[in-house]
Design a protein around this ligand. Sequence first.
Ligand SMILES: CC(C)(COP(=O)(O)OP(=O)(O)OC[C@H]1O[C@@H](n2cnc3c(N)ncnc32)[C@H](O)[C@@H]1OP(=O)(O)O)[C@@H](O)C(=O)NCCC(=O)NCCS
Length: 421
Amino acid sequence: MTHALPTGFEQLEPIPEDRYAEWLNCWLTALAEPLGTDPAVLEFYRRTYPAERGLAIADADGIVATNISLDTQLVLPGGARVPAVIGTGGFCHPTQTRRGLMSRLLDRIYERAVDEGKVACADWPSEWPIYRRFGHGPAAWYDAVRIDVRRAGLRDEVPGAGIRLRRVGGIDARDAARDVFTRRSHTAPGELIPPDGFWDRFVTDPASSALDALCTLDDPGGGVRQCAVLDGRGFVSYRIAPGWSTEKAPDGVVHVVDFLAVDPEAAGALWRFLFSIDMVAEIRVPRLPVDDPLRWWVTDARWLHSRRRDGMWLRLLDIPAMLTARSWAGDGTVTVGVHDARGWAAGTYHLEVDKGVGVCHRTTTEPDLELEVSAMGAIVLGGTSAAGLFRAGEIRGDSGTVRLWDAMATPERAPFLAYVL
Ligand SMILES: CC(C)(COP(=O)(O)OP(=O)(O)OC[C@H]1O[C@@H](n2cnc3c(N)ncnc32)[C@H](O)[C@@H]1OP(=O)(O)O)[C@@H](O)C(=O)NCCC(=O)NCCS
């Protein structure tokens, strides 16, 4: 199923090298983010969002619609990885919207992903209502947290006492962040492995926060990027916005951008460090796992002001590959009938899990459960409750099988995605 290209438009795939800056500027219009003049920023984009993965539609006056599908691997419960794409960079100039240009590019992204043997397309919708019609569902969630440092306080029992972090910058920061992320991703369901160029953020001007805003969808505050590392195990980057209360008491805010830890001791050491910074009243963390231990490490968790957000949406393309590759928390047999108006994942699938290992294949038997592919994308990692979707009428069938699905699918750690790409 592919939308026709309206007359007067031309589709570009890949983006010609000499039109890369035009393509990028068109996309960045959506984010109101000027490219600026730092050559390291253009290099960051070229390496993170390579021209050969880009798509565009142009009219006689130039490029009007953009998209890109990045090569990635999705980390599943149990640590296995499946090939996937990140669909991002979606933009259509306001003068040309609602003519099907984005639909045309998305259909091409799915088609190409299937040809490449990808199991799913992941994305972060700018607006909730856009992507369900394309078969995407919210699979991983996160909390955006504001910590009142003085009232929340850290408990003495928090791990990592006595560990000092080391400050790093530039290339050392880039290598340290990538190293910790890579180690951590082995046990981080929901994580998507970014292109290598993504870590070049740390070699751009430390006074510019535009790329940090892009990858956290948050205001990274003013100030200069600062990074601290616990070698091989923990990495944090942040900016400090100084402030003074009306009583002229220090009232600064620490804006965290990266928070990466491979184990509880490393995480505890990072929190101890952040809570110890002088003249700071608040720590803002743009993305925290919904089951992060921090709630149990502060003296009073009511002073963690958190807001739940949808973090990653998944559009499944190969359901048997996904259900076979992930590990399961319990055993059982489930047959699901999946509706997919675009066709890619439509069918009935029989899943049998024994000792946490799933075998899945297409079947012609009657399904226990029926749902849209968007709902299947939401529940597939166990980050969204099937019981909740059942109560909402989005899953139909046997309530016992819904409970069985949740018992089997909910992983030890909630799926979480550290960055937006
Ligand atoms: C979102 C955007 C890319 C859509 O581009 P477009 O070319 O107008 O999209 P299409 O014409 O292919 O529309 C596809 C469908 O999505 C719907 N849609 C598009 N944008 C929507 C929105 N913001 N909210 C709800 N529905 C939306 C359309 O109505 C259409 O529905 P239909 O198929 O039922 O008729 C464009 O409006 C844009 O660039 N917005 C700003 C940047 C942005 O939000 N990008 C998305 C990145 S995740």
